[in-house]
Design a protein around this ligand. Structure first.
Ligand code: NIG
Length: 394
């Protein structure tokens, strides 16, 4: 067993209200002790602790849990982004552009691109990540993306139902049969989740239900992309099928909010998507006040949200979507864990995975107050220091 103490913490966010003040469970002037990959204790470390990291009065928070990413892709759509900034609308059809680039890329190239993005995310404090397929859109292509994703996380999502590929134009039902049959059989052993983009122009309610049912029968948990481009059946379908999360939620009406409030599906917001598509920011207040569990995720992808920065997403959620800083921090940590139906990440209680961020700031408020400044001084994942601007001498 190896032990590590993060010592001289000025302000510790545990996300466990039984351990400290308020919903964030804040403890001041303390230390955190890790044994192997778990949180062992809070408070003064014993003299026999193997290694020490001096937080020097800084703030320590749980690692960010990013519950929605499309990390495995090739190519770039910067021109499309620039056109949107000049007034063009976002169109889901861009997914096919990235599918072509991804199909053409070698496996080693895709693995290296994914590793670089994963490292960038860790530098920004993301200690747990979900990764979707969805840019292969044929059996070997989706399988290849799931295999690469599985090298980086145990939360792999099979998203064969991302968009209907060009070769199935006008034959969406045939493509859904492929997704639910051979493609699912090939990808399910590598995945924990199945997802579908339920939206006008991609998959309708019946097609989405067929995909989710087939995934459930194959032993996968359910996730839905819903209500991104307009009102529609995505949110209600997700709740009806007890999906763990419905992601985007940009357009919600009262019926959607009532359904969410009556169910167990987390509403996951992706603020960098509204930033990058120029769609309106959703008002999270109505949803939070209705008692719905919420998460914030980055939605890293080359089309609608090419960022790995959870700090940026938190700042947008506070500035543009009606969340308080405390709510946004909870949504980016514990909220993400709940959206992935996990209880081992998203908090710093004894027994939890030792995933923590040392901020170069006295308080987590600075994540928003000093928006745009890289404040992650060190990232610890499963008890290991995976990024620091100031390494511990070994
Ligand atoms: O979550 N909505 C569908 N999928 C991605 C967009 C992917 C793309 O444009 O390439 C999203 O926003």
């Amino acid at each position: 067993m190896t032990s590590l103490a993060i010592d001289n913490i000025g302000l510790l966010v545990t996300n466990d209200p039984t351990l400290g003040e308020g919903p964030l469970g804040i403890v001041r002037d303390t230390a955190l002790v890790f044994e192997d990959d778990r949180v062992a204790a809070m408070g003064r470390p014993g003299p026999d602790t193997d290694r020490r990291f001096d937080a020097a009065g800084r703030c320590v928070i749980p690692g960010f849990v990013d519950s929605h990413t499309h990390l495995v892709f090739a190519g770039d759509r910067a021109e499309e982004f620039a056109a949107r900034m000049a007034g063009q609308p976002y169109e889901a059809g861009g997914i096919r552009v990235t599918t072509e680039a991804t199909r053409s890329a070698g496996t080693e190239e895709l693995r290296e691109l994914t590793a670089q993005r994963r490292m960038e995310a860790q530098r920004g404090g993301i200690t747990h990540i979900e990764i979707k397929s969805g840019y292969g859109l044929d059996v070997p292509g989706e399988r290849r993306l799931c295999e690469i994703a599985a090298e980086f996380t145990d939360d792999v999502t099979f998203l064969g139902a991302h968009v209907v590929p060009r070769e199935y134009e006008g034959r969406a039902d045939d493509y859904v049969d492929l997704v639910c049959g051979e493609m699912l059989a090939s990808c399910a052993p590598l995945a924990r989740w199945i997802d579908v983009f339920c939206e006008e122009g991609t998959f309708d309610a019946d097609q989405s239900r067929a995909v989710l049912s087939a995934g459930r029968d194959a032993g996968l948990g359910l996730r839905v992309h819903g209500n991104q481009l307009g009102l529609g059946p995505g949110v209600r379908l997700a709740v009806e099928m007890d999906a763990a999360s419905v992601d985007h939620c940009t357009y919600l009406d009262d019926t959607d909010i009532e359904a969410l409030a009556a169910g167990h599906t987390v509403a996951t917001y992706l603020p960098a998507t509204e930033f990058s598509t120029r769609q309106p920011y959703p008002d999270t207040r109505r949803v939070i006040d209705a008692g719905v569990g919420v998460a914030i995720a980055t939605n890293t992808n080359p089309g609608s949200s090419n960022t790995t920065s959870m700090s940026f997403c938190i700042a947008l959620a506070v500035r543009e979507m009606g969340m308080s800083v405390d709510e946004a921090l909870l949504a980016a940590t514990l909220g993400g864990a709940r959206a992935l139906r996990r209880d081992d990440v998203g908090c710093l209680a004894p027994g939890a995975r030792a995933d923590a961020i040392v901020l170069d700031a006295p308080s987590y408020l600075h994540l928003v107050y000093r928006a745009g400044v890289p404040l992650v001084g060190a990232t610890f994942a499963a008890g290991r220091e995976v990024w620091t601007s100031n390494p511990i001498p070994s």
